[in-house]
Design a protein around this ligand. Structure first.
Ligand SMILES: [Zn+2]
Length: 675
């Protein structure tokens, strides 16, 4: 996670720290400070919870005991405070206990997700604030006790969770576990850490998981994400949405002027023609040049954000909520899931001037699109600022949230000041094409510059990318690109993440997903060190596995991003048979180096081979379906062999099949299955 705030707080005086450590060592001599949990292959400690432990404390205690058993073969006893079996054993107190309070740990003073990790002579305390909620629920805000246990497993036992399920949990073997003396208060780096997950309702049992397989997969993934400390504290800021979905229905008839004013058809037609679905389908937009004729398209209207009556209504609605509940401090005004369309004079007057034609022409098409047909970043910044100012007159603690997105992604020309309570979700994506990795160096740098420019306004930022949606079931690997952006944002004020969406292709995209999850707790670790953690879990095969994924990362670099988002259709073109041949050779060598076929290293290499087979069968299937003249029986056969393979290996958790069940071939898939 985790910022270490040790009791020795003085960063400014190295000498003082050195003296403290020196004194501590002297005081502890000749015995070694800290606590033995296991020594010489025998238990030296008992794990203790309160007499009536919370679900978080129970789960945390079991996680600790299970991982220690995997590391040492020794299972520590679990007891409650009133029933400690062997008083001669060292004690590991998990959660809010009488002993922790007697030891002076002020549990009530801890912030929501904070943990105290204290190891003194013969006692270890792992303590956070707790509640009665489910420890596996990412919305459980009091998970500090669990975070403390995971931090200990991570730091002192070297446990690495590579992918969901037992095979993916790397627990180094040892015959001694000693927790050195410490007294630390830990808090997460980010107030919200979120990877949205693919929806289970997408699963089609004919080509995806069996119902039991789906349940097993999701349980393993949920546990895995909590081990990487996905969740959140009480901070209400890093949340927003597309906020005006119902506004046209509610206000459209009476206040069409609160909605976008469109230009004449001959101006808007070429522009709309360049938009992807669903934006292009905005025929209803033409109705009175404001909102959609079809109220079901209400989420596809943008607002006239310069209109002061709109601001007044937004603030009045919030003020009514706030009056009933003074804790209701957030106003979400994320634009609908659509570009800014309004061309009224007042809106256009707020826009920054376009770069000149020469400058625009020199931009990559992905960047240029964000200026099209106008650059509305400043317009929306004015909007958030005006709503915030009005609401702050009622309660100065009000929080305004919105998205930086589509043609309001480009930061306003400086100087432009925004209040820090204006919180922005930064979404590198636009309506014209899916802007996914791989990106050029220039594009990466441009994204970092935009982040910095928004931060320079004084607003608060969190990261809300869509890039995880790409890659389908294929070995689409981009660790460097991912880490460069994440680490730049983390070093420059990022308060949280909200990634859409984890598609869970663990066996072919492992290093990318490992680096991503790991950065949420170790945002400033060196990328190569994080990758080394992943590869080391393959033991003697590590070098070959590294070469294997380096091969795919180089392959991914020369692809065009965005083609595999949601749709498998071009998989065989992007990953031709010869690429599988070259990659497969690395895995052959890895298998030969991994040793005993039943050993954990060989089984992990086999996991990667299953992933490669799955990708190869996927490409073979898409090749059949891309060919409209292909024999129907052959199409069905390709789909069936893929489905049979998936079912045969589903308990190995190589991939989440649910997001792979979405029809990419305009119904031909489903047709083949139904024939
Ligand atoms: Zn307007």
């Amino acid at each position: 996670m985790i910022n270490r705030k040790t009791v020795v707080r003085s960063r400014s005086c190295r000498l003082e720290v050195a003296v403290c450590v020196f004194l501590a060592v002297l005081a502890a001599a000749p015995a070694e400070g800290g606590v033995d949990l296991v020594r010489d292959g025998t238990a030296r400690a008992v794990v203790i919870t309160a007499d009536d432990p919370t679900p978080v404390a129970k789960h945390a205690a079991n996680e600790l005991i299970d991982h220690i058993e995997r590391a040492t073969g020794v299972r520590l006893d679990l007891a409650t405070e009133s029933t400690i079996p062997d008083p001669s054993q060292n004690r590991v107190y998990i959660g809010d206990t009488r002993a922790a309070r007697t030891a002076g740990i002020d549990v009530d003073a801890l912030t929501d997700e904070a943990a105290v990790l204290r190891a003194t002579d013969r006692a270890l305390y792992i303590v956070g604030r707790e509640n009665a909620a489910d420890p596996l629920d990412q919305n459980n805000r009091h998970s500090g006790t669990l975070w403390g246990v995971y931090e200990l497993l991570d730091r002192d036992l070297g446990v690495r969770w590579l992918w969901p399920g037992p095979l993916g949990a790397h627990v180094p073997a040892t015959d001694r576990i000693h927790v050195g003396e410490r007294d630390e208060r830990l808090v997460p780096h980010f107030t919200r850490r979120r990877l949205r997950t693919a929806r289970s309702r997408w699963n089609d049992p004919r080509i995806g998981f069996s119902p039991e397989g789906l349940e097993r997969y999701e349980a393993a993934q949920t546990l895995f994400l909590r081990r990487h400390r996905m969740g959140r504290g009480e901070d209400p800021r890093p949340y927003t949405g597309h906020s005006f979905g119902r506004w046209w229905r509610t206000y459209g008839a009476e206040h069409p002027e609160w909605f976008q004013k469109l230009p004449p058809d001959d101006e808007i037609d070429p522009w709309l023609a360049r938009l992807p679905e669903p934006y292009r389908r905005s025929d209803g937009l033409r109705e009175d040049r404001r909102g959609p004729a079809n109220p079901d398209r209400s989420g596809f209207v943008s607002m006239c954000v310069s209109n002061p009556d709109l601001h007044r209504e937004i603030v009045a609605r919030w003020a009514r909520r706030h009056e009933r509940n003074p804790e209701a401090l957030r106003i979400n005004i994320g634009e609908n899931d659509i570009p800014a369309f309004c061309v009224c004079a007042a809106c256009r007057a707020l826009d920054d001037p376009q770069p000149d034609a020469h400058e625009l022409a020199a931009m990559s098409p992905n960047i240029r699109a964000l200026y099209e047909p106008f650059n509305a970043g400043a317009r929306y910044a004015h909007f958030w600022q005006r709503v915030h100012a009005k609401a702050a007159a009622i309660d100065p603690n009000v929080i305004v949230t919105a998205y930086v997105y589509m043609n309001y992604f480009v930061a306003p020309d400086p100087p432009f000041e925004l209040h820090p309570n204006i919180t922005l979700g930064f979404v590198p994506w636009q309506g014209w094409a899916n802007w996914m990795p791989p990106r050029s160096e220039t594009e990466q740098q441009w994204l970092m510059d935009q982040w910095d420019r928004w931060v320079a306004t004084g607003a608060t930022l969190y990261y809300r990318p869509n890039s995880l949606l790409d890659g389908y079931a294929m070995p689409y690997v981009y660790t460097r690109e991912l880490a460069a952006l994440f680490q730049h944002f983390a070093a420059n004020g990022m308060i949280g993440t909200d990634y859409s969406s984890l598609t869970g292709q663990w066996a072919v995209q492992g290093p990318t997903l490992y680096v991503l999850t790991r950065l949420h707790t170790r945002p400033f670790d060196d990328l190569d060190a994080l990758l080394a953690e992943y590869y080391q879990a393959f033991g003697p095969a590590a070098g070959h596995v590294e070469a294997y994924f380096d091969f795919w990362e180089a392959h991914t670099r020369q692809l065009r991003g965005g083609q595999l988002a949601w749709h498998a259709a071009p998989a065989h073109r992007m990953f031709p048979p010869e690429s599988f041949q070259a990659a497969g050779a690395h895995l052959e060598r890895a298998a030969a180096a991994a040793g005993d076929a039943d050993g954990i290293y060989a089984r992990r290499v086999a996991f990667l081979r299953d992933g490669l087979t799955h990708a190869r069968l996927t490409a073979a299937m898409t090749a059949r379906f891309a060919d409209r003249d292909a024999d129907r029986a052959q199409q069905r056969e390709a789909l069936e062999s893929l489905a049979a393979f998936r079912r045969a290996v589903e308990d190995r958790l190589i991939a989440n099949y649910s997001p792979l069940c979405r029809e990419p071939f305009e119904g031909r898939w489903v047709h083949a299955l139904e024939e």
